[in-house]
Design a protein around this ligand. Structure first.
Ligand SMILES: [Zn+2]
Length: 497
């Protein structure tokens, strides 16, 4: 904090706010008069409070803050200021296929991406998907995203992925993967080691993980890839507990070989036994829930109800834009609802009634922010609004929305009322990247141009028939049940005739 008591506030007339052009990187910014969800350890919640950002850091949270001369003042009255959201698992390279697989199951996703067309993606297509996906994330207030990049057939593809992430002013983690080769093969390649050495290190805007799955082969060939991760000192993120794909055997093998650590992230973690959850809990790893994915694709029932029982840390994710978008409001809503549905159904099966929900909106907001930071080992850096942390901050405010007032329960408002269109301002690493509902310093036109080129190319590769067939999988026949009742309308049976 600098600035003397009584110092005149600068940065625009009351109610007008600064112009986007004035929000240059490095200029201090203060959000004024907000409901502030700090998501600190005590979940301290402020009403009518300010958040001051200086340089890359949060300088102060409190009421009536005095600020340095030249600070840009953003009127946050009626709005909610909260930490930037964190998505711990997203296949950003697939974003050119946005919505294409809306009616897919996981099987259809595997066939299309793993067997049929995933290999068609060139480095420039990885770049295009990542660029659009990264822009989409920061626009939605998702300030950190793990790019679960398992289409990296060559290091050229990987360089293209990183090029895109570095063009967008968000915080990203490249989770390196390659579904077209075994992890013990690609992770042993000299060019892979060279890539890691060239592109990573000493930059908290770009982290690195290894991304691969463990189907559970008894000879555990993935051991070599885990050893590479250990040697590099980077976490492993793995799709775990995916129905009939990655099972308890994979968890057991990881555990028996000493590769389950507090930095390991278990994506989905849905179809697992109590024994596997015990092993995850004992070793301190985190789950990444893609609730909408688990619900639609079929990895298993979204497992927060189980994870809570076992004391396993939870983070949230959106998986892929083939079905969904980078919208963590949607993730929070789906996760809270899925947990409650399960609780009600379990009770009903015992002829009981749930009178008090176990899971609260407040906890789900924590998972979308702090939970992600903890899962990624970035808790000292981001995930809460506390002086000394990096300034990854979101203002939810929309004066044109009938849904932004009255504001009674801020956590409930974030989860069940707000949506990505209400994201007014986004600050990442102290830089304003969105203001007054518009991106600042990010060229959406460039993303539109390159994604259009990739879509044209992919349509050409598939041809019109495969393109249409892929998007519209066959619908199984629905047998309508025999009904013992009939109803026939006659003039006489009508009322008033
Ligand atoms: Zn995934």
């Amino acid at each position: 904090m600098t600035g003397a008591p009584g110092e005149e506030r600068d940065g625009g007339q009351p109610g007008t706010g600064p112009d986007a052009a004035d929000l240059i990187p490095g200029r201090p910014v203060v959000f004024r008069n907000a409901t502030v969800l700090t998501m600190d350890d005590a979940h301290h919640l402020w009403h009518g409070a300010d958040v001051l950002i200086q340089g890359e850091m949060i300088a102060a949270v409190g009421r009536g803050l005095h600020v340095p001369e030249g600070t840009a003042e953003i009127d946050a009255s009626g709005g909610i200021v909260m930490p930037g959201m964190i998505d711990t698992h997203r296949h950003m390279w697939q974003t050119a296929m946005r919505g294409y697989g809306a009616d897919w199951t996981l099987t259809q996703y595997f066939v299309w991406n793993y067997l049929q067309w995933g290999k068609s993606f060139r480095p420039q297509d990885i770049y295009a998907g990542n660029l659009l996906s990264a822009v989409e994330a920061i626009d939605a207030g998702v300030t950190t995203t793990v790019d679960w990049s398992h289409g990296l057939q060559t290091v050229e593809h990987a360089d293209a992925a990183v090029d895109a992430l570095q063009e967008v002013p968000g915080r990203f983690v490249l989770a390196y993967g390659n579904i077209h080769q075994a992890p013990w093969e690609w992770s042993a390649a000299p060019e892979f080691r060279d890539f890691v050495g060239r592109r990573f290190g000493g930059n908290d805007m770009l982290g690195f993980q290894l991304a691969f799955d463990i189907p559970g082969s008894p000879d555990f060939p993935e051991k070599a890839a885990f050893e590479v991760a250990r040697d590099l000192g980077v976490p492993v993120t793995t799709h775990a507990g995916v129905w009939k794909v990655t099972t308890d055997d994979g968890i057991r093998l990881m555990h028996e070989h000493g590769f389950m650590t507090p930095s390991t992230i278990y994506v989905h973690a849905a179809s697992l036994s109590a024994d596997s959850y015990h092993r995850i809990a004992a070793t301190g790893g985190f789950a990444s829930l893609s609730t909408e994915s688990e619900q639609s694709a079929g990895q298993g029932y979204p497992p927060t109800w189980k994870l809570r029982q076992h004391g396993i840390g939870v983070s949230l994710s959106m998986d892929t834009s083939v079905w969904w978008s980078a919208d963590l409001f949607s993730a929070m809503r789906a996760t809270l609802s899925a947990d409650r549905v399960r609780e009600h159904m379990e009770a009903h099966s015992q002829d009981e009634t749930v009178t008090h929900h176990s899971l609260r909106a407040e906890q789900v907001v924590d998972w979308a922010t702090r939970g992600g930071a903890k899962a990624l080992g970035m808790d000292s850096l981001t995930g809460s609004l506390e002086a000394g942390k990096k300034a990854d901050v979101v203002l939810i405010k929309n004066d044109n929305s009938p849904v932004m007032f009255p504001l009674h329960n801020p956590y409930g408002h974030v989860v069940f009322q707000a949506q990505r269109g209400d994201v007014h301002t986004v600050v990442i690493n102290g830089r304003v990247v969105k203001y007054d509902h518009r991106l600042v310093g990010t060229d959406l036109g460039r993303a539109r141009e390159v994604i259009g080129q990739t879509v044209d190319y992919l349509k050409g590769e598939l041809g019109p028939e495969a393109w249409a067939d892929g998007m519209h999988p066959e619908i199984p026949e629905t047998r309508v049940l025999d009904n013992p009742y009939t109803y026939t309308y006659t003039e006489d049976s009508g009322t008033g005739s």
